[in-house]
Design a protein around this ligand. Sequence first.
Ligand SMILES: [Zn+2]
Ligand SMILES: [Zn+2]
Length: 335
Amino acid sequence: MRVAILQQPGEPLALAERPDPEPEADELLLRVDACGICGSDLHVSDAYPLPGLVLGHEFCGTVEAAGPTAGGYEIGDRVAALSLTTCGTCAACLSGRPRKCPSAVMVGIERPGGFAEYVTMPARNVFRLPNTLDAQHGALIEPLAVALHTVDRAALEPGGHVLVVGGGPVGLAVALWARQLGAGEVVVSDPVANRRSLAERVGASATVDPTAEDVGDTFERLTGERPGTVIECVGTPGLIQHATDVAAVDATVVIAGVCMAPDTLLPIVPMTKELDVRFAFYYRARDYDTAISMIDRERIDPLPLVTSEVSLDELPSRFQSLKSPSDDCKVLVRP
Ligand SMILES: [Zn+2]
Ligand SMILES: [Zn+2]
């Protein structure tokens, strides 16, 4: 099969031939239908020496073969994969919190991912896709689950106004869910004009350009108050401080942006406001079910998040170009 692999940090992905993977007894062999490029893929490719690794953890595929104990699926079934493999038997797995499984293995980091024609996954770590969902929907289930878990962590009050900091794929999906789950005004802050217009397409009631306007003042002008919920979806140093600065007294601040650099925070700001600052990471298994069923019932339309599709051949150059600021939101690989 053909795959795209990491070379040394910072170098473009390389195309390579690998033997088709063989499913273990409890695994399915999937033909990858679509795999999203995630910001963390870009980060890993620059930061870690993992030559030969096949990235890609946001994928859906069609079952081509099944190991003898990989029950419940037939050849031709279409599934969306968790971005982890898990043991399936520990307390975390049984309560639907796969990230907290002590045996969790990150797909596309610790085992080969979806930038390939084929990939294997344990049958317990995939979710069947109804025919109403196409491959674009299937590849969006993982980021939609991440965003749904983030909004879940915010414990929104019905009608409460929400500020989403960052209009990348996660921020936009957070805006989509917040609107769907009963928020009042949902304001997205992002410096990129195209992301602000995408935000309005997925349900944001207003947007703000943080390079041109004061975010807190603009939010107050739009909604009549400072944000009672702030959801940070960028992950660069300074933004936790920003989120606490703009938040209302007694607000909830959820940090979903993945920041791998040291950051500073002036604690007196969240202290005097008595902010409830929470972090969000990954998802619960039920978030996959919810995302699939909400698309199936036409309650949400996440397709505006997909701004382009590339073949495996086109992936290395596109992947490189996504490391610079662009108008793209979610780019899918169609191997
Ligand atoms: Zn991701
Ligand atoms: Zn487990």
